[in-house]
Design a protein around this ligand. Structure first.
Ligand code: GLN
Length: 454
């Protein structure tokens, strides 16, 4: 009830939610009843959960921020949603996002932007700005997001929250409306590292419905966070800093907060090591070919027949109906990427664009392999700037894409990443995050380090 009251009080301004559940209190009351009856419940039983609208739910609409899916009701729950329900989390509602998770500001939502609770004139990051804003505004204690190129970590950075992109294959993608299938991962957005670990423990693990899901069991991430909070884990830890990341690319307050965080790590016994990752600077370019290519293929299923919106064209052909529907149903950023992706995949251009981007992807994976031979984690600022003003970058796709400078390499390589608050920027008083990256399957290491810094 407290969270529903908070939503009623602030969400008119923040607009984190696209839909608020009308039966959350019933679910919570049922948990209370069972607890009172002596049933042994798990550690998160009864805790409210906000769910990014990219994740399908049977009891609430799932739009992925798009008009083409307005009012769409899924016949099944995403695996992460089913696991959340099984752990007795209480779904509160569905959160706003850039349409089909394309963006860094939530301004590309077909349902209007979400505002950053720290300053309502500023963006909450994207694409999962709704989940991050809900957590930052105390509308929800826990949220689920998805991260294809930074959509969990960059919103966490600009809202002072914690965001984790798990190892690729660590969390099921079944029921996460696909953006780019080789990059997408679902993960937690929370106020503390321990909270993220508790939620990650609920959703992690093998799922036969996702062919890329890792079969091996995972250690407890909550336990890893507790170990980190007890201290000592930083002693002798080697933290790599990428020498090729341009200093000039970062806002002054972001750069200084990053340096302060490194000094704190060093003071607790960590060793800061300069590493070389010469291909990181090509990550944005490679990503913005691979992502549109995969997205254009994934979005082909929105054909006016199988899902959602259909715009009838009296006397028109099937093609007329399809094109009228897609014209009305998709926003400008989605259309831009479909065109880009279709072009990159077309005969004659495939090798030059898509093929080259895949080669760069391999080189970035090798950069990580080489770096992790000598360091335990890599640290970077989570994003180049603090929250920018709503409207500032909306007409400049390239400057929007450059927000993803430090988050994208992890998606291209499949390695896990966490963004943890590292303070406020001097010049504007807005939150800044530090990102840690670990080798694939070493997500627990991120929880230890993140909790130790926290
Ligand atoms: N900003 C990135 C993009 O626009 C992030 C997307 C994501 O992680 N879903 O593609």
């Amino acid at each position: 009830q407290a969270h529903l009251d908070r939503i009623a009080a602030v969400d008119g301004d923040v607009h984190a939610f696209l839909h608020v559940s009308d039966h959350a209190l019933d679910v919570a009351a049922d948990v209370d009843r069972r607890r009172a009856g002596g049933e042994q419940l798990g550690p998160v039983a009864g805790v409210p959960l906000a769910i990014k609208d990219v994740l399908v739910t049977t009891d609430m609409p799932s739009t992925s921020g798009s008009k083409i899916l307005e009012g769409y009701m899924s016949p099944f729950d995403a695996t992460v949603v089913a696991r959340s329900r099984a752990a007795d989390l209480v779904p509160l509602g569905k959160t706003n996002m850039d349409e089909f998770a394309m963006g860094s500001s939530t301004e590309h939502s077909a349902y209007g932007p979400t505002r950053n609770p720290w300053d309502l004139d500023r963006i909450p990051g994207g694409s999962g700005g709704g989940s991050a804003a809900a957590v930052a505004a105390f509308e929800a204690p826990l949220a689920l997001g998805s991260d294809t190129g930074g959509s969990i970590r960059q919103p966490a950075h600009v809202t002072g929250t914690v965001g984790v992109k798990p190892t690729y294959g660590g969390v099921s993608r079944y029921g996460a409306i696909a953006l780019a299938s080789s990059l997408d991962q679902v993960g937690p957005v929370t106020r503390t590292v321990l909270d993220a670990g508790l939620l990650h423990d609920v959703v992690a693990g093998h799922d036969i419905h996702d062919a890329t899901s890792i079969a091996d069991p995972w250690p407890s991430f909550a336990e890893a966070a507790r170990e980190g909070a007890r201290g000592d884990v930083l002693k002798g830890l080697k933290v790599g800093v990428v020498k090729e990341l341009p200093d000039s690319g970062f806002q002054a307050g972001v750069a200084s907060s990053f340096r302060d965080a490194l000094a704190k790590l060093e003071a607790q016994g960590a060793e800061i090591v300069e590493i070389s990752a010469p291909h990181f600077e090509y990550a944005v370019a490679a990503y913005y070919l691979i992502l549109p290519a995969e997205a254009s293929s994934n979005l082909a299923k929105f054909d006016s027949v199988r899902f959602g919106l259909r715009v009838d064209v009296p006397g028109g052909t099937v093609e007329d109906v399809m094109s009228a529907t897609r014209d009305a149903g998709f926003g400008p950023e989605v259309k831009r990427r479909i065109i880009l992706g279709t072009y990159a995949l077309s005969a004659g251009y495939y090798d030059a664009y898509y093929g080259s981007a895949q080669k760069v992807r391999t080189l970035i994976q090798r950069d990580f392999d080489q770096a992790f031979a000598s360091v335990d984690v890599i640290a970077t600022p989570s994003a180049p700037t603090t929250a920018f003003k709503i409207g500032e970058k909306i007409d400049d796709p390239l400057s929007m894409y450059l927000n993803d400078l430090t988050t994208i390499p992890a998606n291209l390589a499949g390695v896990p990443g966490i963004s943890v608050p590292s303070g406020l920027a001097e010049e504007d008083g807005l939150p800044v995050g530090i990102q840690f990256l670990a080798p694939a399957r070493e997500d627990a290491r991120l929880y230890r380090v993140g909790a130790a810094l926290e």
